[in-house]
Design a protein around this ligand. Structure first.
Ligand code: ADP
Length: 923
């Protein structure tokens, strides 16, 4: 310790010595030196800077109080220590120790601290930035005896500087904020002169800072807003802040700009308003978007109210919040009746609305859910509902529902469905097949009916190849069909055609009627051909049959016309000789050989006429089914003989040679004698007529099993093969030329066939052609072989032996009455005549006839009534009354017998039959 004190003392004395030496150097008195030394000491202690001196080796020789405080060493402690032991200097950034400043200073003056960025680390470890200098201490002679360091702690100053720097930076920062602000920031003095003007202001108002600063603020205020500016001004004066005040300012180019202003008063230190700062924000965009928003809100509202689809909002509780007019109109409610009500109230199907609400609540969007709604008038309308919910922060705000009325469509759809159903049933019922052909892909699709029509097994998807169709069409029909099809596609039109196919399953040929139409795509190009097929085979066949029938009809019509011409001719033919004959009779006075021949000729002609008329009557009666056969078991040979007898005169006239071949045993048939005889007579007469005079005619009767076959053959003109099938048709004649006509009407063979058929047989004609003769084959059922007594035809000659009768002839046809009177007179009877019904009655009364030949169609009183009245008379039941009428049908016979007639004879009267009847009355 004593050593330390000594050291301190030594340092102090060295310092003092130094001081003293300094003082000595200035020639001061020693006392003065001491005092000065003390004073120096005090001075050094009192200055704010640290002062340290060292000797030439760099050991501390002096430290003032500041240096002691900074280093943490007392002078006594530090004296004699190397300076860098007492405190360390390190480099501020590298933190490396710096060479002892004393040693450096001894070599020359150095600057400490700031420039060299040196930091002093004190004994207490505290780092202090320092600033100062170190300089060598030299004797007068220039010898360096040490150095002195004068430095100060820069910590506070540095802090201050840093603070100032920070404040400066802050200010610069603020200035840059102001500059870089998007807003226009402007300050003005109280008298309205612009003081500051940032970039934002330049951008907003178009003036640069240079142009604006110093000008009056009205530079940017439109004239119509000056009053407003004055109001702001007065508010500012009383220190009011104005925030977000929206107004309009004017740009340098004259354009008006929407701004939001925040205006604040600027106060001086005493709180007096000296100016104002204005922050102006361009709100043009905001205004625009606000306007757009307003517009869109208006549009939304407009859309909502005027949408042609029903719209409503429903709250989370299911209550209707809003509804548009369309929806109200749809259901017929007023807004008051609808809005505020639970939506479910208007649903006819609660399960539907229940489901909709459930799905919406779970966040689902529903689309086109069909629902029936109740209208105010009690009707139901069907709608499609589409809806979703507006959620905000997960909260159900409301659901937005679109309601589209589909009632009409639904009914139309139902109608359509029904139509489709009807169509399907119709196509099924009409057996129409439907096909479609994609022109691009070549794909063909058939419906089930098409497969049925073509006889192809159906495919589930209906897809077939074009070849399925084309190969079914008859090859001769196909090219034309394809031509029409192509032409239809080219025209984009439709067509109808007919073709034949061969069915795949049974190879049957069928007629198909096809309709088709081209469907175009959106480019107007033919894409599809759609068509129908209908099997019209049956229709075709019936058309063909109809056509044939029509042809036949016209043929038979033609034949009928020809027949009438023939008939007229045939009837006129006998009339001429008869008329001539009458004259001959008159001239010959009815006597002599000539008269006799003439009478015979007239009889023949008359017989011919009667035969014609009989045939005609028969044909019509047979064809109307009015002939009833009087069948009996007969010997066929007798029937044939009868026919031959009747035909004999013609055969003889033509000098034909007739050969009859009969079987050994007689053949019996069940037949109507007269009718069957008529058959053979016709065949025989034809053979005679259509053969050259002197020809061979052959009748052969054969037994073939249970049948009898009668052949009537001739060697005459024969029949052309094409005529053979029609030879038995009514009015059919091979050669129509009247000149060549052999006196027939073309009904004989027709009668033959019908009569044979009525007998259960058949007839056929054969000929090897024109000029080769003909053969008619009649087949009849033969019933038995047992002999039957020959028919007992009485010899007509017997009728000549008669007893005269009193005969009353009643007829309005005077000729008929006269001729009949003459005939009966000649036969020896007593005749009385009458020409109407009343005359008939009186004649009957007066003449009292045995027999009355009474016509039915009489003037005044008809035959039935005359008959009835006579029967009422006392003499009436003794009289034989014979009806003579044009009608021979059973009904007519029935009527005459009911009226009281005894007999019924058909006009013209068969005189033989009449004679026979009269002679029977005699017996
Ligand atoms: P027609 O009154 O004309 O004889 P038919 O019905 O008896 O009428 O005969 C029809 C037609 O058949 C005759 O016109 C005749 O052309 C032909 N014909 C009938 N029989 C013969 C026959 N034996 N030989 C040739 N042709 C015949």
């Amino acid at each position: 310790m004593a050593e330390n004190d000594d050291e301190e003392q030594r340092i102090r004395s060295v310092a003092l010595e130094n001081a003293r030496q300094i003082l000595t150097a200035r020639n001061s008195a020693e006392e003065n030196v001491r005092r000065q030394s003390e004073w120096l000491q005090i001075t050094l202690d009192s200055i704010g800077d640290a002062v340290i001196s060292t000797d030439a080796e760099g050991c501390v020789t002096f430290m003032n109080r500041v240096a002691e405080n900074l280093s943490g060493w007392t002078q006594n402690e530090a004296a004699g220590h190397l300076l860098d032991e007492v405190f360390q200097l390190i480099h501020e950034l590298s933190r490396q120790p710096v060479e002892n400043p004393a040693l450096r200073a001894i070599r020359g003056t150095i600057i400490l601290g700031r420039a060299n960025q040196e930091i002093l680390i004190g004994r207490d470890g505290v780092e202090r930035p320092i600033e100062g200098s170190a300089a060598p201490i030299k004797r007068d002679e220039g010898e360096i005896i040490g150095c002195v360091l004068v430095f100060r702690d820069m910590s506070d100053r540095q802090r201050l500087e840093q603070q100032v720097q920070k404040q400066l930076a802050g200010a610069r920062f603020l200035a840059s904020i102001v500059e870089s602000s998007d807003d226009a920031i402007v300050s003005k003095s109280l008298d309205g002169i612009i003081q500051s003007w940032n970039k934002g202001a330049q951008r907003l108002f178009g003036y640069t800072a240079e142009q604006a600063i110093g000008r009056h603020i009205s530079l940017i205020i439109p004239v119509d807003r000056l009053d407003e500016e004055n109001r702001i001004q007065s508010l500012l004066r009383v220190g009011e802040h104005i925030e977000h005040y929206e107004t309009i300012r004017q740009r340098s180019d004259g354009q008006r700009v929407d701004v939001s202003l925040t205006v604040s008063p600027i106060l001086d230190e005493d709180g007096v308003v000296v100016g104002a700062s204005k922050i102006a924000r361009d709100i043009t965009d905001r205004k625009r978007s606000e306007a757009a928003l307003r517009d869109s809100e208006t549009q939304l509202s407009d859309f909502f109210d005027n949408a042609t689809v029903g719209l409503h909002w429903v709250g989370p509780d299911g209550i209707i919040l809003r509804a548009n007019q369309t929806e109200l109109d749809l259901l017929g409610y007023s807004r008051e009746e609808y809005v505020g009500q639970p939506i479910s109230k208007f649903h006819a199907d609660q399960s539907v609305i229940g489901d909709i609400l459930k799905r919406l609540t779970s966040g689902e969007t529903i689309a086109n859910v069909e629902a029936p709604l109740c209208c105010k008038d009690g009707s139901i309308r069907y709608v499609l509902i589409s809806s979703n919910v507006l959620f905000r922060n997960g909260k159900f705000i409301h659901s937005r529902c679109f309601t589209r009325d589909i009632t009409d469509r639904k009914f139309a759809e139902e109608g359509l469905k029904e139509n489709e159903q009807r169509m399907r049933l119709a196509t099924e019922a009409t057996a129409v097949g439907i096909w479609e052909w994609n022109v691009f892909t070549g794909q063909v699709r058939w419906d089930a009916q098409m497969f049925r029509i073509y006889g192809v097994p159906a495919k589930p998807n209906g897809i077939v190849d074009y070849a399925d169709w084309s190969s079914a069409v008859l090859p001769e029909d196909l090219p034309r069909q394809e031509e029409i099809l192509q032409e239809t596609i080219r025209r984009l039109g439709s067509s109808s055609r007919e073709f034949r196919i061969r069915r795949v399953d049974n190879r049957e040929c069928r007629y198909i009627q096809c309709f088709e139409a081209v469907r175009t795509n959106s480019d107007g190009v033919a894409e599809w051909v759609v068509g129908t097929n209908l099997d019209i085979t049956e229709r075709k066949q019936s058309e063909e049959a109809l056509r044939r029938l029509a042809a036949d009809l016209s043929d038979s019509d033609r034949r009928k016309d020809e027949f009438l011409a023939t008939l007229a001719h045939e009837l006129r033919n006998p009339l001429a000789p008869i008329r001539n004959g009458l004259q001959v009779l008159e001239l010959t006075n009815n006597c002599g050989e000539e008269a006799e021949q003439t009478r015979k000729m007239m009889e023949r002609q008359l017989a011919q006429m009667i035969r014609l008329v009989d045939d005609l009557m028969d044909v019509s009666r047979i064809s109307t089914g009015k002939v009833e056969l009087q069948k009996k078991s007969l010997h066929l040979s007798e029937v044939i003989n009868s026919a031959v007898e009747t035909s004999r005169s013609l055969l003889e006239q033509m000098r034909h040679e007739l050969t009859i071949t009969l079987p050994e045993f007689p053949i019996v048939v069940e037949a109507d004698f007269t009718r069957l005889a008529q058959v053979f007579l016709n065949l025989l007469n034809n053979a005679a007529k259509y053969s050259e005079p002197g020809s061979q005619i052959r009748i052969t009767v054969e037994r073939q099993a249970s049948e009898v076959v009668v052949l009537v053959q001739d060697t005459g003109v024969g029949i052309a093969s094409d005529q053979l099938p029609r030879i038995f048709d009514m009015f059919s004649q091979v050669d129509r030329s009247l000149e060549k006509s052999q006196g027939g009407l073309g009904i004989g063979l027709s009668l033959v066939r019908r009569l044979v058929e009525l007998h259960g047989g058949s007839v056929e004609a054969k000929s090897e052609g024109f000029g080769k003769g003909s053969e008619f084959v009649v087949r009849l059922p033969a019933i038995m072989d047992t002999p039957v007594p020959s028919s007992e035809l009485k010899d007509d000659q017997q009728s000549n032996l008669i007893t005269p009768l009193r005969v009353l002839i009643v007829d309005d046809n005077r000729d008929s009455v006269t001729t009949l009177s003459m005939l009966l007179n000649l036969l020896g009877h007593k005749i009385h005549t009458a020409y109407d019904g009343e005359q008939a009655l009186s004649a009957a009364r007066e003449f009292r006839p045995d027999v009355i030949l009474l016509d039915i169609g009489l003037p005044k009183l008809n035959g039935y009534d005359v008959c009835r009245k006579i029967r009422e008379q006392p003499y009436g039941d003794r009289v034989v009354i014979i009806a003579q009428t044009g009608w021979g049908q059973p009904e007519s016979r029935q009527k005459t017998s009911e009226a009281g007639f005894d007999h019924h004879m058909v006009k013209p009267l068969d005189t033989n039959a009449l004679q026979k009847l009269l002679s029977d009355l005699n017996h």
